[in-house]
Design a binder for this molecule. Structure first.
Ligand code: BGC
Length: 463
């Protein structure tokens, strides 16, 4: 019995099956990380081969982000209509086709189409995978299992740096882009063997299949209680537009979209995409040094995400989120101070600040955002609501990536990082005031609290 919730703690029935299922679905995260990261190295050679003008180059780099935004906007209803598993399956196909088209592109037009397709797939995969994992996971393991997806994102980013470095001496940008096909095929093959989410099955009246699936992923006595609980919520019917626009839905969508914006406007992708630029500004002149430092950033991101996996179900979402934003705030302030002081100290203040910044993001804001958007929405609109929050995430990502260099040029280093620091402070306040602690709480209880009008902060309360 879970002391907090008073409900039975559900343990997976066949040991390892839920973990394996989550691990396969998380390959979608690996593709997300890999395909957003790989272009940074490939673009150097594409630019030369096709003699790209600066504007075309910028467009080619950002076209995947545009695709991701379109992917989320277009697919919210699809995830609710055809199911989580089928959505991921189709997405894996689009990943493969997009990677192949980009790799064999005879001209820039083809390249843009290929990268747009990859972007569409990234957008869909970014929320469909955590949603799926969140729905198959037992409450006591849900945080760690959904965080596997964020771990896969960070591994994908690191892998993309490695693949870029491997193929760079041969200038083979085509192989860099083609490498994405391998994880896409692995995902495609893996998903064929995965069960559909039992929650989606029950919502759509497939009771027998849902029972079969639950029998594989839960202990029998917890299974019955869970089915009854989910069925009770399935009574609300499949979500229509009107359900999405109801005040109770809008409240949680506001919470999710707000978290999405915070995850991006506090500057994570200025570091992920532009770390070499920041390191050079801090005094690392040689390209080798800034590339090594960038790989270091990728590694810290992976390691600290691994650290967060057991903590998110033990300490809970809120402590990690609040610690994370505090660490990001302090490191951004120290980066600004470092730039203000200048001189030889700047190099080391710069490295230390960026390491603390990325470690802080990786332990909280990175994984917890994706986790919360798989938990807080009611079942009948979960896919659509998660797609709205994810769209807010990609739009903010696009905006920050587009404005970062102009901010550096216009405001200078000190003020640019101060802007991100102020936004982190605002994010800290927002999370402190509004984010509920969902640790170990069944999704159906969160939904019941939402429907009974509880405050956002109390959505996962047990009484
Ligand atoms: C964010 C991405 C970011 C990545 C870095 C994800 O949670 O959504 O925008 O690039 O973390 O690890």
């Amino acid at each position: 019995m879970d002391v907090r919730s008073g409900t039975p703690v559900t343990k997976p029935r066949s040991p390892g099956f839920v973990e394996l299922t989550a691990g396969i679905a998380a390959l979608a995260g690996l593709l997300f990380g890999f395909d957003t990261g790989i272009i940074s190295g490939a673009i150097l050679f594409i630019k030369n081969e096709f003699h790209l003008a600066p504007l075309t180059e910028e467009f080619l780099v950002s076209v995947a982000l545009i695709g991701a935004v379109c992917g989320c906007v277009l697919s919210g209803r699809v995830t609710d209509a055809i199911g989580r598993r089928s959505t991921i399956l189709i997405t894996a196909g689009v990943f493969s086709v997009g990677s192949i088209v980009s790799a064999i592109a005879p001209n820039v037009g083809f390249l843009i189409v290929g990268r747009l397709a990859v972007g569409l797939a990234i957008g869909v995969a970014s929320y469909a995978a955590p949603l799926y994992i969140g729905e198959i996971a037992p409450p006591n393991l849900r945080g760690g299992l959904v965080t596997l997806n964020q771990l896969a994102i960070t591994v994908g980013i690191l892998l993309s740096y490695v693949v870029d470095a491997l193929f760079a001496p041969h200038q083979s940008w085509r192989w860099m882009l083609a490498s994405g096909v391998l994880p896409a095929i692995a995902l495609e093959l893996g998903v064929v063997f995965l069960p559909e989410s039992p929650r989606w099955l029950l919502l759509h009246g497939f009771r027998e299949r849902a029972t079969e699936t639950l029998a594989r992923i839960r202990a029998a006595e917890d299974n019955r209680a869970e089915i009854n609980d989910i069925l009770e919520h399935a009574q609300t019917g499949r979500g229509k537009l009107a359900d999405l626009l109801r005040p109770l839905s809008m409240r949680v969508i506001f919470l999710g979209a707000g978290l999405a914006v915070i995850q991006q406007v506090t500057g994570i992708n200025t570091v992920i995409y532009y770390a070499p630029t920041i390191f050079q500004a801090a005094g690392f002149q040689s390209e080798q040094a800034s590339i090594t430092a960038t790989a270091g950033v990728g590694l810290v991101n992976v390691i600290m995400t691994i650290v967060s996996i057991p903590l998110v179900d033990r300490l809970g979402r809120r402590p990690l989120l609040l610690t994370s934003l505090t660490g990001m705030l302090i490191s951004l302030l120290s980066l600004a101070v470092g730039f203000a002081l200048g001189g030889p100290a700047l190099k080391w203040i710069g490295v230390l600040s960026l390491v603390v910044y990325i470690a802080s993001f990786a332990i909280g804001l990175g994984p917890v955002f994706w986790l919360l958007i798989s938990e807080i929405f009611p079942l009948n609109i979960r896919g659509q609501a998660a797609s709205i929050a994810t769209t807010a995430n990609w739009l903010s990502n696009f905006f920050v990536s587009l404005t970062f260099l102009s901010l550096l040029n216009g405001l200078g280093n000190v003020w640019t990082f101060l802007v991100y620091a102020v936004l982190s402070a605002a994010g800290l306040w927002y999370c402190f005031a509004l984010v509920p602690e969902t640790k170990g709480v069944p999704l159906e209880l969160i939904e019941r609290n939402l429907r009974s009008g509880r405050k956002l902060r109390e959505l996962a309360s047990l009484n």
